[in-house]
Ligand binder design. Structure first.
Ligand SMILES: [Zn+2]
Length: 429
């Protein structure tokens, strides 16, 4: 047999292992159910399930009563067999999360910080220290690491090109983290936070099962993530979806990006708070965090504060203007308001929906506008799922029992698997 034919068969087997492991992500299945769902022969499925079990990724899960014949043995994902590490860098702090293979949260921590003032080197020191904290006590290294950032990421080389809110440019974040943790680069992915938010919404949020979706992320900046045909679209260099720097007011304020009147100058969280209250009002105190200040703003609107109401009304107008353009361009089935926008959904969803529906041409009339159920944690959750996605894409990253070195138990974080597969943001499951 030629080497190329052998390689093709190995690759097809890996692909089939991946299909079955993904099918088990939703619920336990019998071999017959897996065969029906995957289109593979039942004998092939049995063979592949044996390999997944040998790699420690699945286990028996009781019996399923059959309609007529014998009850069949169910197989389930072994959630504790691996975990993914998500790290998030925002202008106002760092966050870290570990999830197991079944998607259950293991440990989550966050640290408030003025990241722009810290600078790149000290910022990455803080992030690495937080990574050590959430991985402490877990079995072995993470199967993958994803770093979420509020800026433009060159995904070919995992470099953050520009994050206005952090004031970081051309930062090789994967290299910097790998050096601090003493790990290989292969399992580290750097991704834009809005793209990760979109990924999380399609997996487990407002867009579950939706294949055409635009996700709008509101935070210190404003970003967008686009899923089309079930796949996250990045554009030629990974910069697609940068809705925050669409011009909505050519005579407006200067933006951190150097241009004038960008959506971000009107719809970023700091811009909204400046419109809602003048410093030294507590709404403008970053130490309180985003969620607490959204709750305080809501209380003011409900209490009849006219300035707060007007600020959120103007926010809705700015978002409607930008989203009308987006909807005409990409025709999404669902538009998700994420980040801090989700906490103000009762004053934003309806005005945006009415603006889109009033357009007599284009696809806006049929587009559903929904608030994200994941709120400000969507990007971190998406990052965690992308980290474990690496193993779903290539289950052979988990060593087979026959190949496993008994001394591997208790490996340090620094020994992250050196296998070269990158996580994929193909979101169809
Ligand atoms: Zn801008």
């Amino acid at each position: 047999m030629s080497e190329s034919v052998q390689a093709e068969q190995v690759s097809q087997r890996t692909s089939n292992l991946s299909v079955l492991l993904r099918a088990l992500r939703r619920a336990p299945r019998s071999r017959s159910q897996l065969a029906k769902q995957s289109g593979l022969y039942k004998a092939t499925v049995s063979n592949l399930v044996t390999e997944l079990a040998d790699r420690g990724l699945v286990r028996p899960a009781g019996l399923r009563a059959g309609g007529h014949g014998r009850p069949s043995q169910l197989v389930e994902l072994r959630g504790e067999s691996a975990y993914g590490l998500a790290l998030s860098i925002e202008a106002d702090g760092f966050a870290a999360l570990t999830i197991d293979l079944a998607g259950a949260t293991l440990i989550q921590r966050s640290v408030p910080a003025d990241v722009a003032a810290l600078g790149l080197d000290s910022g990455m020191d803080e992030l690495a220290a937080l990574a050590e904290v959430v991985c402490e006590g877990l079995d072995g290294p993470p199967i993958g690491v994803t770093i979420s950032v509020p800026g433009l990421v060159d995904t070919d080389c995992q470099v953050l090109r520009f994050a206005p809110a952090l004031r970081w440019r051309d930062a090789g974040l994967a290299d910097l983290l790998a050096a601090r943790l003493g790990i290989g680069l292969a399992g580290i992915t750097v991704e834009n936070e809005a793209n990760l938010g979109a990924f999380a919404e399609v997996l487990a949020g407002a867009g579950a099962g939706v294949r055409e979706l635009f996700y709008l992320s509101g935070g210190i900046g404003v970003g967008g993530g686009l899923v089309s045909g079930g796949i996250l679209l990045r554009g030629a260099r990974g910069f697609a979806g940068e809705i925050g720097h669409i011009t909505v007011d050519p005579l407006g304020d200067g933006c951190l990006c150097g241009r004038t009147g960008c959506l971000e100058t009107k719809a970023s969280f700091p811009a909204l708070l400046r419109a809602a209250a003048s410093p030294p009002d507590s709404l403008n105190d970053p130490a309180l965090g985003v969620d607490a200040r959204v709750a305080a703003l809501r209380a003011r609107i409900l209490g009849g504060d006219q300035r707060a109401s007007a600020a959120v009304h103007d926010l809705g107008v700015a978002l409607s203007t930008a989203l009308s353009t987006v909807v005409d361009l990409v025709d999404p089935e669902v538009l998700v308001l994420g980040g801090y926008f989700a906490g103000l959904a009762e004053w934003l969803v309806e005005p945006i929906r009415i603006t889109l529906a009033a357009r007599t041409t284009g696809p806006g009339r049929r587009c559903r506008v929904l608030a994200s159920p994941l709120g400000t944690s969507a990007a971190l959750l998406g990052a965690a799922h992308l980290a474990t996605e690496r193993l779903f894409a290539d289950p052979t990253l988990a060593p087979a029992a026959s190949d496993r070195d008994p001394s591997e138990n208790g490996r340090e974080l620094g020994e992250l698997s050196a296998a070269s597969s990158q996580a994929s943001t193909e979101v169809s499951l």
